[in-house]
Design a protein around this ligand. Structure first.
Ligand code: NAI
Ligand code: MG
Length: 344
């Protein structure tokens, strides 16, 4: 079947790596791409990250592939709240899944770790929690203050925890819940309570709760003890960058914003941003976005195509000639993708 995909390349290396991901997907699947030039660049011209009817334009598609948005001179809260967060929320993409895996030829900063040690999937709550717009500022000068209220609902916590347990059961991994109920005395004990309730339905899946700070240390000191890590929006954001780093960096870390009920399109975007420091040089690592596109194909039911891409990446990266500078090589973005296509 032919899949209809909305592409938002965005800014900086988002544009560069998305072009390569499209070439790789075209080699294995039948996809019709429709491109939207919504970005910080277009914000500077139009004053908007996306048109007023942007969400309605996206809704009919089977999925959304997003590069990254962010541009020096445009405050990050504009790109985030003008595009990414409205899409995630309007389409009920309540889980953000970030799997990490140590690929051949990639050096983990934890030098003695093997691929088996570093198999973690961070499941981040993606629609509520600490990233709320409840709050404000009051007062002036020395007496000014800022308040920000975290919002946790039983429905919201339960559904992401249940997703984590389903994934863990399917992948045969343990579940660890990130908490901070020692310091954060209202929302985190609530999170823990819902976690424990859901855990009772999954007695075959080993599960535990861990304070988020200790969990961060454990990702570095004992990653082999972790499998699926389920966390609130903020903790999941931090822990997923850390898990990506221990498995070799942002250049190879994929991610998906999923609507598991499929009532609206899911959105696929690598963990990394637009990387203004290397944008335009043609040296960004395309692997993260290509793995992200493979997650998209898997979500669309194209399991074989997804597996073929993952295997091609592993074969290609075994050759140092396919590695971009972040992996210690000298391949260009295009050269690295060419090697992956050749391996397909
Ligand atoms: P970043 O992920 O863009 O870059 C962090 C560092 O990692 C940089 O040194 C960069 O060169 C390197 N890096 C990232 N991806 C790479 C790749 N594929 N290959 C090689 N090196 C890579 O994060 P940063 O610098 O904090 O943010 C830059 C902009 O991107 C900001 O405007 C930020 O808001 C935005 N951003 C957007 C995201 C999105 O659209 N989902 C996610 C994260 C950041
Ligand atoms: Mg982040």
């Amino acid at each position: 079947t032919r899949h209809r995909i909305a592409v938002i390349p965005g800014d900086g290396i988002g544009v560069e790596v998305t072009a390569e991901a499209i070439r790789v997907v075209d080699a294995v699947a039948d996809v019709e791409w429709t491109s939207f030039d919504w970005s910080c660049q277009s914000y500077l011209d139009t004053g908007k990250m996306m048109p007023d009817d942007g969400l309605e334009q996206l809704r009919p598609f089977d999925a959304i592939l997003l590069g990254a948005v962010g541009y020096p001179g445009v405050p990050d809260h504009i790109s985030l709240w003008g595009l990414l967060i409205p899409i995630r929320r309007a389409f009920d993409q309540y889980v953000n899944v970030r799997p990490v895996k140590l690929l051949p030829g990639v050096q983990s900063p934890l030098r003695d770790r093997t691929a088996e040690d570093l198999q973690m999937i961070v499941v981040r709550e993606n629609s509520e929690g600490e990233y709320s717009n409840v709050g404000g500022r009051q007062g002036l000068g020395d007496y000014e203050m800022a308040l920000q209220t975290a919002v946790f609902t039983r429905h919201g916590v339960e559904r992401v925890v249940r997703y984590a347990f389903e994934l863990a059961r399917q992948q045969n991994l343990p579940v660890c819940s990130a908490t901070k109920s020692n310091g954060i005395v209202h929302t985190m004990p609530f999170w823990d309570e819902v976690f424990q309730d859901v855990a009772k339905e999954y007695e075959d899946v080993p599960s535990e709760q861990c304070l988020a700070d200790a969990l961060a240390a454990r990702m570095v000191m004992a990653p082999q003890t972790l499998g699926v890590v389920v966390a609130s929006n903020l903790f999941g954001d931090l822990l997923s960058d850390l898990s990506a780093a221990v498995a070799g960096g942002l250049g190879i870390a994929p991610a998906a914003n999923l609507n598991p009920q499929r009532t609206a399109p899911s959105m696929f975007e690598a963990v990394h941003g637009s990387a203004p420091d290397i944008a335009g040089k043609g040296i960004a690592n395309p692997v993260a976005q290509i793995l992200t596109a493979a997650m998209m194909l898997d979500h669309l039911g194209e399991t074989q195509a997804a597996v073929a891409i993952e295997q091609a990446i592993e074969r290609a990266l075994a050759d140092p000639g396919a590695r971009t500078p972040d992996l210690g090589g000298s391949a260009t973005t295009r050269g690295s993708a060419d090697a992956i296509i050749a391996a397909l």
